[in-house]
Design a protein around this ligand. Structure first.
Ligand SMILES: [Fe+2]
Ligand SMILES: [Fe+2]
Length: 155
């Protein structure tokens, strides 16, 4: 497997959770559970993706700007996640902020899949892309397992 497919599979998990959350309401058990899952998926994915997809691209002329743009969007998502955590889940503000996070994430995933992956295919060899997928998946496994105690790069 190559890095693009490994990342796409996790993007699909995020899309599914966003869709499910949009169908919940109030401070329900279900919404709490789904939110916890989405937050974890977004946070662990951003760390692993920055390390095994974006970091090597920062050093290239072709993709430095794209890599910076992608990472900046991860920070935007972090801010929205923080805001959601500080907001009463049954308030309209929570719902509005969640809608905004959902839109931001969906747009970001599209940028990555439609634009950045295509450009990266000219930079990463097939072998690079397979090695990155393996490292990405190993770290996703590790971070998912240890997320409760905090993951590297996330206070
Ligand atoms: Fe990303
Ligand atoms: Fe991503």
């Amino acid at each position: 497997m190559k890095i693009y497919k490994a990342i796409k599979d996790d993007h699909d998990i995020q899309r599914d959770l966003i869709e499910k959350i949009s169908k919940t309401s109030g401070d329900s058990e279900e919404r709490n559970q789904l939110w916890k899952e989405l937050k974890k998926e977004l946070e662990v994915h951003a760390v692993a993706e920055e390390r095994y997809f974006y970091a090597p691209l920062i050093d290239t002329d072709e993709m430095q700007e794209d890599a910076r743009h992608g990472i900046a969007e991860h920070h935007e998502m972090d801010e929205l996640i923080k805001e959601l955590d500080q907001t009463d889940m049954s308030s309209p503000h929570w719902k509005a902020t969640m809608d905004k996070l959902g839109e931001t994430v969906l747009h970001h995933l599209e940028d990555e899949e439609e634009e950045f992956f295509e450009k990266a295919k000219d930079i990463y060899s097939q072998k690079d892309a397979e090695k990155l997928a393996k490292d990405y998946e190993d770290s996703m496994k590790k971070y998912r397992g240890s997320w409760a105690e905090g993951i590297p790069g996330n206070e």
